[in-house]
Design a protein around this ligand. Structure first.
Ligand code: CUA
Length: 161
């Protein structure tokens, strides 16, 4: 059957066109944020054994490491109800790759004012990279309810000018 024989109400046809337009707008928006603005989908970087996390590997000594001038990696261990470490200091303009995991229950890791926002699951390592162009204090906190002390679970990145 061709469209000559198929009756489409003009109002229905308009809504079909609007639906297609909305899909095109979404595809363009996702493309722009992903490829132009650099938004990343947080993917699990690797699997780890939460029972051994404090005994072996980089999370046995969590913290900040300098890889090259201005380039850092930060291993942050989440546990009820704190982040280890809960304070890191970097110079202005530093690019920091965060590796975050949990040794007990599900937590979240969000740095205020940035697009760093990962779900922190025991057994998985979340990875996000961010460049701190502006000096100041960036608070990070747990975004998943993890029990009685959830609201006290926070820390900060201090970006020094
Ligand atoms: Cu950890 Cu909420």
């Amino acid at each position: 059957m061709t469209t000559e024989h198929l009756h489409i109400d003009p109002a229905e046809k308009r809504w079909i066109q609007v639906s297609i337009l909305v899909l095109v707008i979404f595809a363009v928006a996702v493309g722009l944020t992903g490829f132009v603005m650099g938004f990343q989908v947080p993917l699990p970087e690797q699997r780890v054994d939460p029972a051994l996390i404090t005994q072996e590997g980089p999370f046995a000594e969590p913290g900040l490491r300098e890889l090259a001038p201005g380039k850092y990696e930060a291993y942050i261990l989440s546990q009820i109800w704190s982040f280890v470490p809960n304070e890191i200091r970097v110079p202005q303009g530093a690019t920091v790759t965060f590796y975050v995991t949990s040794k007990d229950v599900q937590h979240g890791f969000h740095i205020q004012g940035t697009n760093v926002n990962v779900q922190v699951l025991p057994g998985y390592v979340g990875k996000m990279t961010y460049r701190f162009d502006k000096p100041g204090t960036y608070y990070f906190f747990c975004t998943e309810y993890c029990g009685l002390g959830h609201q006290a679970m926070y820390g900060r990145v201090i970006v020094e000018p």
